[in-house]
Design a protein around this ligand. Sequence first.
Ligand SMILES: [Zn+2]
Length: 407
Amino acid sequence: MDPILSLDGLEDTFFRHMQRSREIMTAAARKTGIVLDRRYADHCPDPGHPECPERMDVLSNMIQEPGMGEHFRVITPRKAVKEELIAVHSRDYIQCLEDTEGKACTFLDADTRTSPFSHDTALLAAGGLCRAIDLVIAGDLDNAFALVRPPGHHAERSKAMGFCLYNNVAIGVRHAQNHHGLERILVLDWDLHHGNGTQHCFEDDPSVVYFSIHQASSFPGSGKRREIGKGAGRGMTVNIPLLPGNGDKEYLALFEKILKPVAIEFQPELILVSAGFDIHIDDPLGRMRVTPRGFAAMTRSVLNTADVVCGGRVLMTLEGGYDLKGLQDSVRAVLRELAGLQTTNIEDIMAGADLEKLRVLLWQIRRVHGRHWKRLAQSLAAETNHAPSIAARLKEAAARIGAYLKS
Ligand SMILES: [Zn+2]
């Protein structure tokens, strides 16, 4: 018997049961909120910039499609207040962004610039997520998706970066902790790019797990597997850099085999998702192969985990995603899953996974993180019988990485 499968099988049986229970629950729609506002189109970096106002137009149009809008409660955003910004950013940096107000164009870094209303838009992005968090924690909503821009996960404490001004998800985490008293929050970041700003905000903080899956060797260059946090936060940062070409089944396998056990052990009270859609198969900035069905399945996996650990409380916030049709189709799929309008069968997608290829990847991740997460250590111990097969696959993987770096 395959020891990996047999160990994972115990959890799989449990989650199959949970999934069936959840399918019954989703027969009744969930209360899902959407932060959506025309003012998110007021940030216009420059014509031709991939992070463009049209991203909001395609999402607004999609919500107005027959059979969509009536299932969601639209949340009107508010601006983030100074106290919320200071929990994440320096006063000097906040002042620097305030100084861009009304100016035609301010260059903040090589690919991040502002237009006259960019600062207001950024305040609405962070504040919109905070408002959605308030409603989910109060129980008025089961889950929500903040369809905001500009994105946030690259923004550092004192620096704009990678199209991001304020770090929306980090501000949301601190708001949930400082305003609502939450003690443990998990941030999942599935954007193509590593969320350097979010990681740096929480890397020495044991109250937040930052879990990122991203394309290896792409912008901003951080997010190596061995970046696992510092000091009291050591082990609470989980980075999974992936080679290009991975898609639905690989992402889903990582959600089910790594994210889920970490979440169950950590027991967060809330799951926030930096939802980037630049891992879509047609995205011009990425080389991943996730389809709308894959995004739906990833959402289903997160919801199943959230049902077990935090009463289903999931907040998503929009990060990247630059193919307009891919963005529209994928966000639609995620929203339908969040609201229980559809229940994607995870097992169908997992059935197509290349277990040999995944075994090596899973082994590598468990080896780094097994000392901090008991459930990953248990899975790692079960893999020792596969050492020869893993060694052979590691050699192949090293050759692939070498070829990729040369390409
Ligand atoms: Zn991105």
